[in-house]
Design a protein around this ligand. Sequence first.
Ligand SMILES: [Zn+2]
Length: 112
Amino acid sequence: MSKTKTDHNDFADDRDLYSGLIRLHVLHHAVQEPIFGLGMVEELARHGYRISPGTLYPLLHGLEEKGYLRAVELRNGKSRRKVYRATPLGRSALRAAGGKVRELFRELMEGK
Ligand SMILES: [Zn+2]
C-alpha cells in the first residue's frame, strides 16, 4: 500500500532525497574551515537535517575515500580530534555541483 502522507517534515523518511545535499553541505563547510564530526552534526541540525553521528561518520569516511576530504588528527594536550578539510578535488567537485544547485534552485524557486 502506498503512503498517502503529504506532510514531509519527517526528515528520516526523506533521507535519500537529502543525502546529496548533506554531502554538498559538508563539503562546503570543509572548504571554509576544518570540520569535525560533532560540530557538523550541530551545523546540519541548525539547517533542519537531523543526522546522528552514526550516520555522519561513515558519510565523512566516504567523502574521504572519494578524495574530496582529507582527515588530519589534531592534538590538544591529551585529547585528539580528527578534523577534515576539503582537498583540491573536493573544491572543484563543489564548484561543479554549485552550478547544478544554482540551476535546480532557479527551477524550484523561480519556475524557470
Ligand atoms: Zn551550513
